[in-house]
Design a protein around this ligand. Structure first.
Ligand code: ADP
Ligand code: MG
Length: 299
C-alpha cells in the first residue's frame, strides 16, 4: 500500500509554451518541472498571467507544449495520435472551469447534465440515471436534480459541474479557478467538497487559482510565477489533524504550511522578492557560502 501512495500520476518535464501572435511572442511556461503523486490534492497558485491555465490545459491535453514533455500514468501525452489524445481527454481527465456556463448545458437540467458524458459509455438508461444520482449525492446536489442551471446558485452550479467532471471516473480532476465566480462562503464550501472527494475517492485533484485562501485547505501548495514553479508549501501534520474541527476563520490565523523553495534540475533555486529585499540584495550577483552545513546567500 505505501508504495502505491508515492506512485506518480503526473510528470511535467521542462515544459515550455510560447504563444505567437502577429507582433508578439509570449512565453507562458519557461521550463516547468512538476511531479504529482497518485491521490494528491494540489493547489497551483499564482498571479494572473503566470501561466496557470496554460499548464492545466496542457495536463488536460488541450494545449500542446512548445518544448518539454508530460507523462500521465507513465504515458507520454503529446506523442499520442490525435485520436488517442481525444480518448485521453474523455477518459482520464475531468475539467471544472470557473465559469459554470462553460461547464453546463443551459437547456438540460442538473441530472441531464451529469448524465450527458455517460452517453459515451455503454450503459442502460437505468444505470446511467443511478450513476448520475450517485455522483450528485456525492457532491451534495441530488436534491436539485430537476433544476436547470439558471435556477441554481453559483455554488450549486459548481456542485453539478464537479459531478459532471467525475462522471467518466477520471484519474485526475482539473479545476481552473473553480471558486473564481462565487462569494467566500461558497468558495469555502467548494474547497471542502474537493477535500472530501479527494479523501473518499482517492482521486488526484489539481486546482489552479489566484485565490491564496485556498492554500489553507490543501496539503500541497505550488506557487507559480513567470511560467515556473517558485516555491512549494507542504501542510504541517498538526494543522492537518485540526482541519475538520476548527472554523475557517481560526484556521486562517494558524501557521499551516512549511514553505520550501524548489530546486530545479539544473540545481537552480528562485529567490522571492521579499527574501532579496530583506537581505538587502539589489544586484544580479550574490555570494554563496557553506557554513555549518548551511548555504548562505548574501550581498
Ligand atoms: P494564468 O492562467 O495564470 O492567468 P495563462 O496561462 O492564461 O495565465 O497565460 C499566461 C500568459 O500567456 C499570459 O501572458 C497570457 O496573456 C498568454 N496567453 C495565454 N493564452 C494565450 C493565447 N491563446 N494566445 C496568446 N497568448 C496567450
Ligand atoms: Mg487562468
Amino acid at each position: 500500500m505505501p508504495e502505491e501512495k508515492t506512485e506518480s500520476i503526473l510528470v511535467c518535464d521542462g515544459l515550455v509554451k510560447i504563444y505567437k501572435t502577429e507582433d508578439v511572442e509570449v512565453m507562458a511556461l519557461q521550463g516547468l518541472d512538476l511531479t504529482i503523486n497518485k491521490g494528491e490534492l494540489v493547489a497551483i497558485i499564482g498571479k494572473s498571467g503566470s501561466g496557470k491555465s496554460t499548464l492545466l490545459n496542457m495536463i488536460g491535453g488541450l494545449v500542446r507544449p512548445t518544448a518539454g514533455r508530460i507523462y500521465v500514468d507513465g504515458k507520454d501525452l503529446f506523442s499520442m495520435t490525435d485520436q488517442q489524445l481525444a480518448a485521453y481527454r474523455q477518459s482520464t481527465v475531468g475539467f471544472v472551469w470557473q465559469n459554470s456556463a462553460q461547464n453546463l448545458f443551459p437547456y438540460l437540467n442538473a441530472l441531464q447534465n451529469v448524465e450527458a458524458p455517460l452517453y459515451f459509455v455503454r450503459m442502460t438508461e437505468k444505470e446511467r440515471r443511478e450513476k448520475a444520482m450517485e455522483l450528485m449525492k456525492m457532491t451534495g446536489i441530488d436534491h436539485k436534480a430537476q433544476s436547470y442551471p439558471m435556477q441554481l446558485s453559483g455554488g450549486e452550479q459548481q456542485r453539478v459541474a464537479i459531478a459532471v467532471a467525475l462522471a467518466n471516473d477520471p484519474k485526475i480532476l482539473l479545476a481552473d479557478e473553480p471558486t473564481g465566480a462565487v462569494d467566500s462562503k461558497t468558495s469555502n464550501m467548494i474547497q471542502d467538497l474537493f477535500r472530501k472527494l479527494n479523501e473518499k475517492m482517492g482521486i488526484t485533484i489539481i486546482i489552479v487559482t489566484h485565490d491564496i485562501s485556498l492554500a489553507n485547505k490543501v496539503s500541497r501548495v505550488i506557487m507559480v510565477s513567470d511560467g515556473k514553479i517558485s516555491t512549494e508549501k507542504i501542510m504541517k501534520e498538526a494543522y492537518k489533524k485540526k482541519l475538520d474541527d476548527l472554523s475557517t476563520e481560526t484556521l486562517a490565523e494558524m501557521d499551516s504550511h512549511e514553505e520550501y523553495s524548489v530546486l530545479d534540475k539544473a540545481r537552480r533555486v528562485q529567490l522571492s522578492e521579499d527574501a532579496l529585499k530583506a537581505a538587502g540584495i539589489d544586484s544580479h550577483k550574490v555570494r554563496v557560502k557553506v557554513e555549518n552545513g548551511k548555504i548562505i546567500i548574501s550581498k
